[in-house]
Design a protein around this ligand. Structure first.
Ligand SMILES: *Cc1c(COP(=O)(O)O)cnc(C)c1O
Length: 830
């Protein structure tokens, strides 16, 4: 077999292929684009569709992206750099094309190249179907982190699952959410490259057998009854003007195309059926956000991607000629929530069973390799797997977890911990159905555990993982979430970005703290006017989208008061509804003169099995019907629910918002990142002291933030004192009138049952204290409506918000991970 000589190496050298075919000028882009259209896709101009043009452009740009990516991978390898394997069951990257054009700094050139053939870049960009491989904030965070890791030159690889059907598509019919499958791969995916040679076997089920091996050592064999293959699909993620990293997603395949024994026996269909069953594993993303559903297929997905990712990480490590007992010197494996936390047991299995490392050594490597990011305090979201299910699917891992636990509990006994405390800390929950506590497994198996905002990290230490934080205080740290300001400001709000750059230059693209320079212009009336004119243009564009997709006409000069995020009771979309109804009732009573004309804009998906969340969507739609059609309201209020919230829609909404609703009950939202995206685009925030709201308020100044509601401590106190929501209903006549509307039938064509579940939930339990926070929220909104009537004041506050968003770039978050957890040297490509 021949091996390539030096000539092929020189092809990658700094100027090898910069010019000519992969150049970045308008003409070179145009040439590539036309070449891809005709010879890549085989289309004649007369028959090419918009989607063909998009695909051709994506291929033309992908070549340039890959060039950058190949060069940075080469450099990572040459330097044998310490790196990160980022494990996340979800990613929500959003459309790739626009972001890649920015990273290559060729937006203008591409726009001109297309204009020369009478095509419009924005229309082409709009063709892209986004990969909906996540539910919401968690997946989006992972994607913002990929952007920052690539930009900062972190040698890294992001592992996940290539779901064939991502998060469902949401339609609103008769006010109800309806779900349909997201066929994101229908037109093909020009950004991914399949790597059939990078594939691993994953085992399930069967039994274990212990014995003595040839060398006389105790060893365990796992005789599984099912084997599936994971195949790598790579998508290059380019950083801004720099390196690229890969997102490597695993797709499940049958181990052989056909099961030969069955095939030979003549049962062809049975053989094919077996193949299809294997491939089901990565068919669909579970559409639950912040809620565990202990489904077998979900556990299979988690183990499947973890197994492939760890085997791949070990392969890359050994490729460098390193020893396996140095794995932790070479890699940190970052666990994005507990979804990949089975990795702790799997790495032990790989080291001990497959690579014959002794237990103590393997445990040392393991607990110095993993770091765990906790994303939630919600009890219903803390992953637990029943021992029964777990043992059936992963019998060897159950044994390993028992062994880890038994050693861990022995350590606790030596520390004279009480039986109670030991039971609390155990990896196994014994009360009720015995189950494995994945957050405990991740905590015990990691060298660092971080929360995602200052408040959340504190609560994590004081509450959910309190015992562990007392045992290992140095293990716990905070990394406040961040967002890609390049995607969520530069790409999605180009006019505002240009205005900012006109004033302070472009350094802020790589150092968001530079936005501070805008403070000097906060009072400049000419600048304020330009600032608000851009907002108005963005609002006009959003209004057009709303008219087309939600059928509601909105006057763009109204205040855009926006709540977009997953629908969840803790996020309190229904508190927003109570506010709208309060305004409606005031107008009906002729007391609406102090209300500023406002459009209330909602969007977000509800988990298909989440009864209350779906009913809240119906409630919003019903309130929209009532308010929008009432002549007495006379266009002073509009309410709209925009269907199918995703990254693409998010990129339209944040730049067009005046007011950002971040109104979760304090102590429930771990961080939030929507709050950051709004403020970065000049929306003012109305919010509670929850998650990263606290830090946003600290940064922008309390006079530029609308605060209301109970603090976390007051929430706890309320609970302790015995909260009776009905008292608020009895005492607050306005609130009573609003709540009665829910069961009066006036929102539901006389149906008094439709919203009774919401009414009763609020009156009887009100688990998220809407009634307790109601008055504070209403009072705060009055302040907001007054502030809106002073446009210069509003513009000044908006500018000051943006000027102080430096901290919330995902570049800063990743820098924090590097310093506090990863301990590595970034490598910048030349
Ligand atoms: C930012 C974002 C989220 C998270 O929003 P929160 O307000 O932090 O809950 C969810 N979905 C999409 C599409 C996003 O862009």
């Amino acid at each position: 077999m021949k091996t390539p000589n030096k000539k092929i190496e020189s092809y990658f050298s700094s100027n090898g292929i910069v010019s000519g075919k992969l150049g970045l000028s308008k003409d070179e882009i145009k040439d590539s684009f036309l070449e891809k259209t005709f010879y890549g896709l085989g289309r004649i101009p007369a028959l090419a569709t918009q989607n063909d043009f998009y695909t051709a452009m994506a291929f033309a740009i992908r070549d340039r992206v890959l060039r950058q990516f190949v060069r940075s991978t080469q450099q990572f390898n040459e330097k044998d750099a310490r790196g990160v394997a980022y494990l996340s069951a979800e990613y929500l990257p959003g459309p790739h094309l626009g972001n890649n054009l920015l990273s290559l700094e060729i937006i203008k050139e591409t726009r001109e190249a297309l204009a020369e053939v009478n095509l419009d870049l924005d229309e082409i960009l709009d063709q892209e179907v986004e990969p909906g491989l996540g539910n919401g904030g968690l997946g989006r965070l992972a994607s913002c982190y990929m952007d920052a890791m690539a930009t900062l030159g972190i040698p890294s690889i992001a592992y996940g699952i290539r779901y064939e059907f991502g998060i469902f598509k949401q339609e609103i019919r008769d006010g109800w959410q309806e779900e349909s499958t997201d066929k994101w791969l229908h037109y093909g995916n020009p950004w991914e490259i399949v790597r059939p040679e990078i594939a691993y076997e994953v085992h399930f089920g069967g039994k274990t057998e212990s014995g003595i091996d040839e060398k006389g050592n105790y060893s365990v064999a796992w005789n599984a009854d099912t084997v599936i293959k994971g195949v790598a699909y790579d998508t290059p993620i380019l950083g801004y003007k720099s390196n690229g990293i890969i997102m490597r997603l695993w797709k499940a395949e049958a181990i052989e195309s056909f099961d030969f024994s069955i095939y030979n026996s003549g049962d062809y269909y049975k053989a094919v059926e077996k193949k299809m069953r294997s491939e089901n594993l990565t068919k669909v993303l579970y559409p639950n956000d912040e809620n565990l559903q202990g489904k077998e297929l979900r556990l299979k997905q988690q183990y499947f991607f973890v197994c492939c990712s760890l085997k791949d990480t070990i392969r890359l490590h050994l490729l460098q000629g390193r020893k396996l007992d140095q794995l932790h010197d070479k890699f940190t494996i970052q666990l994005n929530d507990t979804h990949p936390s089975i990795a702790v047991a799997e790495l032990m299995r790989l080291l001990v069973d497959e690579h014959k490392m002794e237990w103590e050594k393997a445990w040392h490597v393991t607990r110095h390799t993993f770091a765990y990011t906790n994303h939630t305090l919600l009890p219903e979201a803390l992953e637990k797997w029943s021992i029964d299910l777990f043992g059936r699917l992963l019998p060897r891992h159950l044994e390993i977890i028992y062994e880890i636990n038994s050693r861990f509990l022995n350590e606790l006994r030596e520390l004279q911990y009480s039986a109670n405390k030991i039971a609390r800390m155990s990896l196994i929950e014994e009360s009720g159905e015995p189950s494995i506590r994945m957050a405990h497994l991740a905590t015990v198996g990691s060298f660092k555990v971080n929360g995602v905002s200052a408040l959340h990290s504190r609560l994590l230490k004081e509450q959910v993982l309190n015992d562990f934080a007392e045992l290992w205080p140095d293990k716990f740290t905070n990394v406040t979430n961040g967002i890609s300001h390049r995607r969520f400001l530069v790409v999605s709000n180009p006019a505002l970005s240009d205005l900012i750059s006109e004033k302070i230059g472009r350094d802020w693209l790589t150092d968001l703290y530079k936005l501070k320079g805008l403070e000097a212009f906060a009072e400049d009336e000419d600048f304020q006017k330009k600032w608000m004119d851009i907002k108005l243009e963005n609002k006009k564009a959003l209004s057009k989208h709303i008219e087309e997709y939600a059928g509601v006409k909105i006057d763009p000069t109204m205040m855009f008061d926006v709540q977009v995020k997953r629908i969840h009771e803790y996020k309190r979309q229904h508190l927003k509804v109570l506010h709208i109804l309060s305004l409606y009732r005031r107008i009906k009573k002729g007391e609406g003169e102090r209300i500023s004309p406002t459009a209330f804009i909602f969007a977000g998906k509800a988990a298909p099995g989440y009864f209350m969340a779906k009913r809240i969507i119906k409630l919003i739609s019903s309130v929209a019907d009532l308010v929008n059609k009432d002549p007495d309201v006379n266009g002073k209020l509009k309410v709209v629910f925009i269907p199918n919230f995703n990254v693409k829609l998010a990129q339209r909404i944040y730049p067009a918002s005046d007011l950002s609703e971040q109104i979760s009950m304090a102590g429930k939202e771990a961080s939030g990142t929507g709050n950051m995206k709004f403020a970065l685009n000049g929306a003012l925030t109305v919010g509670t002291l929850d998650g990263a709201n606290v830090e946003i308020r600290d940064e922008v100044g309390k006079e530029n933030f609308f605060l209301f509601g109970l603090t976390t401590e007051e929430v706890q106190q309320t609970r302790q004192d015995g909260y009776r929501p009905s008292e608020y209903y009895e005492q607050n006549k306005e609130l009573q009138g609003i709540l009665d509307m829910l069961i009066s039938g006036e929102l539901s064509n006389g149906d008094t049952e439709l919203f009774k579940p919401i009414f009763e939930n609020l009156l009887q339990q009100d688990p998220y204290l809407l009634l307790k926070d109601y008055q504070s929220y209403i009072d705060c909104q009055e302040e907001i409506h007054e502030a809106w009537r002073k446009p210069k004041e509003w513009a000044r506050m908006s500018i000051l918000n943006v000027a102080n968003m430096g901290k919330f770039s995902s570049d800063r978050s990743i820098q924090d991970y590097v310093e506090k957890i990863w301990n590595l040297q970034p490598i910048k490509a030349d």
